[in-house]
Design a protein around this ligand. Structure first.
Ligand SMILES: [Mg+2]
Length: 234
């Protein structure tokens, strides 16, 4: 029987489906820009703006784990290119706030909140995300002891930094923790290399098959407590 003290959770595509949220946030972001900076949207289609953002990262690789600062700085640069030199930072800041607000409009997977509440009675829960979703804005955050984003630690999963941070908050060893997430590289390989047990979230229609490195997987939140229990007694 293992002693499990900590459950770490990825957010996007683990607690909620991420694609529709990001797509809606991108549309809201671009629509706003079209209203306030038409010279920008005349020059940059949504795809071109995305390409510009990616190219910006090759110039400023230090922004790699700073997803919010990266979006803000690359937009400000695109605004300058489009002739909004003195207003570029202000417009970028407002457009980013609109994006980030839309980014938080998530819908939890069925049964997620109820299961999280139940698990929080037995384990410490900590969320670890590479994105800029803010769990603190969701009611379900009341069950979490802490939430970390890659941008806070300037290191993204699969780097062990986020996992080690969670272990230190919970004062437990890697064998006493399970990481639950959907991404094979970031979540499964990353948590495994930090020594944690792993459960792969396979909750999307096109989720990758359960990876051999994952200790288990689940396809519905209702299955998760049993999967955790099975790992504990294994
Ligand atoms: Mg994810």
């Amino acid at each position: 029987m293992k002693s499990i003290k900590l459950l770490c959770f990825d957010l996007d595509d683990t607690l909620w489906l991420s694609d529709p949220v990001i797509q809606r946030a991108e549309v809201t972001f671009y629509t706003y820009l079209n209203d306030v900076a038409p010279a920008l949207t005349a020059r940059f289609s949504p795809e071109a703006l995305r390409s510009h953002r990616l190219a910006y990262l090759t110039r400023y690789p230090e922004l790699k784990h700073q997803v919010s600062r990266w979006r803000l700085a690359s937009l400000s640069d695109a605004l300058k290119i489009s002739g909004y030199s003195s207003q570029s930072d202000d417009i970028a800041q407002k457009a980013f706030s609109i994006f980030i607000e839309a980014r938080q409009k998530i819908t939890l997977f069925p049964h997620c909140e109820k299961i999280i509440e139940e698990l929080s009675k037995h384990y410490m829960l900590i969320s670890l995300t590479n994105g800029n979703a803010d769990l603190g804005l969701q009611a379900v955050s009341q069950y979490f002891t802490a939430s970390y984003k890659a941008e806070q630690l300037n290191a993204a999963k699969p780097d062990p930094a986020l996992f080690l941070k969670a272990l230190s908050i919970a004062s437990c060893s890697p064998e006493e923790a399970i990481h639950i997430g959907d991404n094979i590289i970031d979540d499964i390989t990353g948590a495994k290399s930090a020594g944690l047990l792993t459960i792969q979230a396979c909750l999307k229609a096109d989720s990758p098959a359960p990876h051999t490195l994952a200790d288990d997987h689940f396809t519905d939140w209702l299955e998760l407590p049993k999967k955790i229990e099975q790992l504990r007694i294994r």
